[in-house]
Design a protein around this ligand. Sequence first.
Ligand code: SF4
Length: 439
Amino acid sequence: MTSVATSISLITRAEAERRPAGTSGASTGSTCGTDLAKGPWEFDAAEALRGMPAYGPGASVADIAPASTPRQGQLPKEYRDAPEAELHERIRAAKSTLGDRVVVLGHFYQRDEVVEHADFVGDSFQLANAALTRPDAEAIVFCGVHFMAETADILSRDDQAVILPNLAAGCSMADMADIDSVEACWAQLEELFGTEPDEDGRVPVIPVTYMNSSAALKGFCGERGGIVCTSSNAATVLEWAFERAQRVLFFPDQHLGRNTAKAMGVPLTQMPMWSPRKPWGGTDPQTLTDARVILWHGFCSVHKRFTVAQVEKARAEYPGVRVIVHPECPMEVVDAADEYGSTDYIRKAIAAAAEPTAFAIGTEINLVNRLAAEYPQHTIFCLDPVICPCSTMYRIHPGYLAWVLEGLVEGEVRNRIEVPAEVAGTARVALERMLAARP
Ligand code: SF4
């Protein structure tokens, strides 16, 4: 199987050869950005020059990175210049020296060149839990994005160091809900609704945060009787919340919130969207009072790319195709698909298909390609024909992985992610509520 990174570099090289001298930049129509073929360290250098953090080339490049986004220092030259084969050799050697003292986690959306070194591959919550099965590990190297490393730090022991190989690997969706904006929203909602429960004991509003959010927001939920959800258990968590509250404030992903609540029978008219920095979130007090779910104006730039036209095209080209999309996709796409579900749902649906089947999948390209290689009896392809990986996940390159692992061999912990104890405590409460939630 050709990896996404290899495909990108082949496509962009061909594009560069076709381009007249002196022109640059435009998308090829085959990848969502020719800059994807560059080493991510080139982008770290550009960030340093501009003094601004950014998400880098790819699906989320147009999103605005908050000033608080962690900055990655320049990767040392020996790692930037090393051929990939040498980096793989160095990673293997460092892992072998460290043995059980380190565990490497690889998210489903991570590039193959990194995943091949992972001890566990999964979604963010599966990985945080997988790390708990390695009590001897002094270091947990999380090849994912920032909020995932935070969750692993919350769930791991204090003496275990959680490491994010490239600090610039954030999540543009998670960053769309920052703690200050959510606190400002909450203050307005409390002013509007008060805090007194109704005759059934249900409070006016309860906060629910998607796993893809900062530790500060998980802590915010923990402190206010709220809860965390994943894309697998969002319906269970919403039911839990509706038993305890008249309304839910759901952040940061509007699409997961809308798709889940709609499937539970909540009318769209009772799901207003809250846009931070607008008076009453861009809506009005009466609409908020009538709401069942108040949706934060957040989205995933990777899943937002999927369209109904792509679904129609897949159906026209592959009669009988099964279209399965992730619930971070827009509602119209979910409605047009045959099924929707988390990465785990998608994997299991494909694994359970007894007969050779065509699957059109609406989720991140690295996972789709890996599933296609794993199940050659099926025809599995990504709904979006443009190769566009999660650009923040893509910032983790074997060069950074080698750098942090060799640091550990030398006794130096690089890029440690530490959630302050007071935040970790309340965030853990919200996570524990999720684990205990039952429909
Ligand atoms: S795929 Fe979307 S939600 Fe997931 S890490 Fe990337 S930007 Fe964030």
